[in-house]
Write a protein that binds this ligand. Sequence first.
Ligand code: GBH
Length: 443
Amino acid sequence: MRAVFPEGFLWGVATASYQIEGADFEDGKGPSIWTDFSHRPGKVNSGDNGDVACDHYHRFSEDIELMKQLGVNSYRFSISWSRVLPEGRGKINRKGSDFYNKLIDRLLEVGIQPMVTLYHWDLPLELHRKIDGWESRDMRHYFGDYSSLVFSEFGDRVKHWITLNEPYCSSHVSYLWGEHAPGKRDLKTSLTVAHNLLLSHGEAVRRFREVVKDGTIGLANVSTFVEPATDSKEDRWAARIRDQFINGWFFETPITGEYPSELFKRFNDAGVQPLIEDGDMDLISTPFDFWGVNYYTRNVIRKEESSILGSEVVQGELAKTEMGWEVYPEGLEAFLYKTFKEYGKKPIYITENGMACKDKLTDGFVEDFERVDYMKRHFSSALSALKAGVDLRGFYVWSLLDNFEWSYGYSKRFGLVYVDYEKGLKRIPKRSYYYYRDFLERD
Ligand code: GBH
């Protein structure tokens, strides 16, 4: 199957700073909102935190070796803002930026293209404390300054950039559902946060054009394929509105410069709409180069008038992963097609796809056949999208290593490589790692 993908297609694995790095207080690094959140009782499963995580900060050479043996030609990781700027602004922490210099140089030495995310949820705690973090309109300036700094430090070697990872999660999962840092529950606040995130995305793209002359920059969104529970008019309406909430808000707005109209009207009627100032929508719709699509599952939606979204998520009947998410590879092809057609005809990278399994270490090995099956089916769905004309440029499996799965702590494993948290964080490649290696080598 691999041979059918175009020449130059990027095959990779993806990670994020707080989930793997550890060394959270080392070499001048400042705390992030996740440092704070994970140390609060009851926020993360078993009281887990990212103080040590996979200790990737000290073991990055070993981890790059794992990638080299795997045969990927690209690696998507994120930069920890507070490692580079401990208080989110001000003077650069050289030891922090040196870590990323060493990481990038080593990747290039072994022929792996870095794809770098500027923000994967670990906001410097100081910015949260002093200026209210993403609730503040000023964030776009701080994010802009941080971005400019990072572009000038690493832009000579990094050619693929992503501004934000899943603004849906850093707004709604964090400020509406309360499951992620900082753990608030208020729709108006969370819509304000989403607006500030989108403004910051636009600002970073503008800074990028000033600093980097040969590179591309995109936005990575979580993309949940939304389907109505029944074919009734009510459920189809409910699914459409829900799709605007999860997907359209972050896929349509940066293209059209307008929030999805039906849902915006609903929020406006309820008085929770974000405050939009002159020039905001121009900034948000600053042209950028590609979409990152993080695809995991679908949502089945039924009308529920009492909810402000007008709907609820119902249990689907498909097989589920350890996260309880339905396995639905067909949704990937459909989503890619829709994204390409409706959201600006841009090149697309699948920047995350993977599953959590009940991985058990037995006689020193992990037989994660379910994950192998999941990968096969999603690779083939991606191929169908390509054949249907989607400009698909790459596929990153989430994730290289088992890691800190946010509010689930270390209880959920997404890695191609098992991390033995009991035995010195030993890395043990799973069946799926060898499947991917063979796929990349000869399939
Ligand atoms: C990604 O987010 C993150 O970028 C990454 O850091 C994380 O480790 C990885 O996924 C695995 O979780 O309605 O119950 O079916 C994933 C965001 C949002 C995807 C919720 C699945 C639907 C859940 N997720 N979504 S459900």
